[in-house]
Design a protein around this ligand. Structure first.
Ligand code: LMR
Length: 394
């Protein structure tokens, strides 16, 4: 059966992850996959997470199944944290998923079932798994202009012109904050513009919220998403707890659908449950339970929020330190945009050949498109990375 199988190629992020792991050099620097590192280069278990895990271990008397859609307390708590009171909860269907990717998959599976003719509009560029999942589902992939490499900002005119072509029932993929891979985010006016475009065309926004709390603050990072949720009849949301709770391997995510009516909400809840059932039956519970325990305790929630702020400050400091070091090394402000971007990622503007040189000659690993995980830098590695970039990109 498998004799003629050619294994599918891993995507560019997973490929670089593998190359980094098999590089024997001690001074290699991993700026590939999106994992946060503290100034000592560690990816710590957050204090609130460790405490929640201890409480769970103490209190848990069974590992029996929970529910096909996941624990209702987790789903309600994360829904409320993200949406606040912007939309009546009887219009919000939720299901727990294995990580944010599981939520992206479930949301797009739903689109395929209810409207297989939908075009899925994705920003240029976007996280490669968006494109891969859309293609795998046989949905139609459309790309809208987003990033302007010249300015390190957005191509607003291009974006508007492209999204104006969307038709009713099409889906527009948006990044809630900390755009992956560019780090260039929509501002409040952009969100309002896109909401207006959705009202005019009948397209449905699908917001991927993988980095809430990594941009400006949890509240501010949800602002665009909440604007959509409060204004439009239908919105899809994929939320991840991997980065902002630092529980990557536990795979905790939430798929949410805002519907026109409570009746439609019930139908969507049923579809979500059945999709979970046929894909993996019950979603993982441990990570979801950690999040739920933290959000239910004012002390743990405060500790989590404080540590999240610290992580954000580290990323902001990395951005500034790298931009400063590059200003000094290149004598120009060419990389000044690094300090203005938000979240883990920025595109450094390297060609594929330059990416190979950074890796081969300097042991600096970034993704083929020049995406750098700024959260992978430390005070120790910033000077060498700046020197390598200045030399290779000169
Ligand atoms: C990334 O973009 O590096 C992360 O979201 C990890 C992943 O699964 O790709």
């Amino acid at each position: 059966m498998f004799e003629t199988l050619t294994p599918p190629e891993a995507d560019k992020i997973i490929r670089i992850m593998g190359m980094f792991q098999s590089d024997p050099r001690n001074d290699k620097v991993d700026l590939g996959v999106g994992v946060y590192r503290d100034p000592q280069g560690r990816t710590p278990v957050m204090a609130a997470v460790a405490e929640a895990e201890a409480q769970i271990a103490e209190a848990q008397t069974t590992k029996s199944y929970v529910a096909l859609s996941g624990d209702i307390a987790f789903r309600d708590a994360l829904r409320d944290l993200i949406l606040g009171d912007t939309v009546s909860t009887d219009r919000v269907a939720t299901c727990a998923t294995p990580g944010g990717t599981g939520a992206v998959r479930q949301a797009l599976e739903m689109v395929r079932r209810v409207n297989p003719d939908a075009d899925i509009w994705m920003p240029d560029p976007t996280w490669p798994n968006h494109n891969a999942i859309v293609r795998d589902l046989g949905l139609t992939e459309r790309i809208y202009r987003y990033y302007d490499a010249e300015t390190g900002g957005l191509d607003r005119d291009g974006m508007r012109a492209d999204l104006a072509q969307a038709k009713a029932g099409d889906v527009i993929v948006l990044h809630a904050c900390c755009h992956n891979p560019t780090g260039a985010d929509l501002n409040a006016d952009d969100w309002a513009d896109i909401a207006a475009l959705c009202e005019q065309t009948g397209a449905v926004p699908f917001v991927d919220a993988a980095y809430l709390g990594f941009g400006e603050s949890f509240e501010k990072d949800t602002a665009g998403l909440r604007l959509m949720a409060g204004r439009l009849p239908e919105v899809l949301i994929a939320a991840s707890c991997s980065k902002n709770f630092g529980i990557y391997r536990e795979r905790a995510g939430l798929c949410m659908a805002i519907t026109r009516t409570p009746k439609a909400r019930d139908a969507v809840s049923g579809l979500m449950t059945s999709l979970n059932r046929i894909h993996f039956a019950f979603p993982p519970d441990h990570g979801a339970r950690i999040v739920q325990v933290i959000l239910a305790s004012p002390d743990l929630k405060q500790s989590w929020s404080d540590e999240l702020s610290e992580m954000r400050s580290t990323m902001t400091a990395n951005r500034k330190a790298l931009a400063d070091a590059l200003r000094e090394a290149t004598g120009s402000d060419r990389f000044g945009f690094l300090a203005a971007h938000k979240g883990m990622f920025s595109l450094i503007g390297a060609t594929p050949e330059q990416v190979v040189r950074l890796r081969d000659e300097h042991g600096v690993y970034v993704i083929d498109d020049g995406r750098m995980n700024v959260a992978g830098l430390t005070p120790e590695t910033i000077p060498t990375v700046a020197k390598a970039i200045a030399e290779v990109l000169a």
